[in-house]
Design a binder for this molecule. Sequence first.
Ligand code: FS2
Ligand code: SF4
Length: 548
Amino acid sequence: MFCEQCEQTASGQGCHQWGACGKSPEVNAVQDLLVYCLRGIAPVALKAKELGILTHEVDVFTCESLFSTMTNVNFNKKRFGEYIQHAIQLRENLKAEVAKHEASVEWSEVSCYEPDYTESLAQQGQDIALKFITQSESDVDIFSLKLTVLYGVKGLASYSFHAQELGQEDDRIYQFCYEALAALDQNNLSLEDWVNLALKVGEINYLAMELLDAGHTQTYGHPTPTVVPLNPKLGKAILVSGHDIKQLEAILKQTENTGITVYTHGELLPAHGYPLLKQKYPHLYGHYGTAWQNQTKDFAKFPGAIIVTTNCLMPTQETYEDKLFTIGPVGYPEISYLPDIEDNTPNYTLAIQKALALPGFTEEKEPRQVTVGFARNSVLNVADQVISAVKEGKIRHLFLVGGCDGAKPDRNYYTEFVEKVPKDCIVLTLACGKFRFFDKQLGEIGNLPRLMDVGQCNDAYSAIQIALGLAQAFEMDVNELPLSMILSWYEQKAVAVLLSLLYLGIKDIRLGPTIPAFLSANVLNLLSEKYNLQPITTPDQDLAACLG
Ligand code: FS2
Ligand code: SF4
């Protein structure tokens, strides 16, 4: 087994025996086999697009299956077997369509590959992964960039999958996913070509995040500052985890008039800020628990059904397995999976019945709350206040402290950093890393809260719009703003977001808790020289440098 796609990779060098995320070597191998099959689909889909053949089903499938191979999404070997069979079937159907237009196309080895379903798919995946590594590792820097592109495309595919659910699609995204997947099988690209391809992942991911933002805001309105209770309400309950606001709405719709209260978990906290969701479904009540790595404790204690819509799912525990449900690309062996029935939406009846059978909350807790909804519109609406406060010296600096959370103790850096930010500075935050400090009372500067939650990880798009809007208002380059980005990464969506920031030319990003293992020393040097991308050090040292 070899996997180094996430931040918790073993010894900071790669998981070889067993995934630190809980992924077995067999699951890792079938994921690699699925990615190989998608690499085989890519040239066929590109040819089909060139000939004007409809590829939509394959486009959506490609994004969903790439999504399923991300960290903490799917641990179910059987499900990957199904994805692989479907991939081959879709590829052959598309080839048949291409043949109707152009009979003489010769497909490369990867596009002709057929797994032997009578033999172990895991063994076949392992052999293929080994071949990929031995073919590529002679040039460490190109191998590093190949992995960067592949991991970034996984993140981009996941955002595109969500945008598509909300009716927002752009063929440039699908076209690029295929181009990037096809490039992994080319051995004639230079280092510069690979750097450009990695930045192109950033460009296309920016488009995917823009579409997802449009999907959310056009469907649910622009987020507004909204108070979210952290204490539960008496009664039956469902907890919805992950990032999928469209599926949260489907759950809200199917639980109307059942008496069930719906709680968000993890990256769904910002859903409360969308006015049209909040107004339409009063039983969308509050938030329960903190970041993904605390779910084994949070899920065990939750007295209702739990639905995980996306990452980050951890290996499950007996104490809550019978009340846990997964959907879409998410899965775990022996855990109830609710398949799509209609309009890309599952029937949630089993989860609803489970919630009604469980006791729900029977004891009141002391009221606690947080405020969410400081996305681009909310912040840019008060841009004049921010600008005056900066000009009058009331706001010295803004920090974007955002990104993923994880279990490692060195992530305490982010909590300490926020605690040490001077009182005349503002902290914008996003993604699940905020749970280390999201309920801290940092007070206000004038009417502006000192801690503002911009949203989920994909709302990096919103944070970028805030930065660009402020730069425009100050009439200066975005890199000259009194704004520093202190980012934490964990999985492949964060890789895609980082590539988007680099594509936009954002400099001086501080990244932690560690630098990705898949970045070779030369590639890291290159990014450091061009963008001044740098690892975090200590909160005191980094604060001093940013404020200096
Ligand atoms: Fe957090 Fe996990 Fe959001 Fe990542 S809930 S680390 O997948 O995408 O951020
Ligand atoms: Fe290791 Fe991360 Fe890969 Fe899991 S996803 S096997 S923890 S590198």
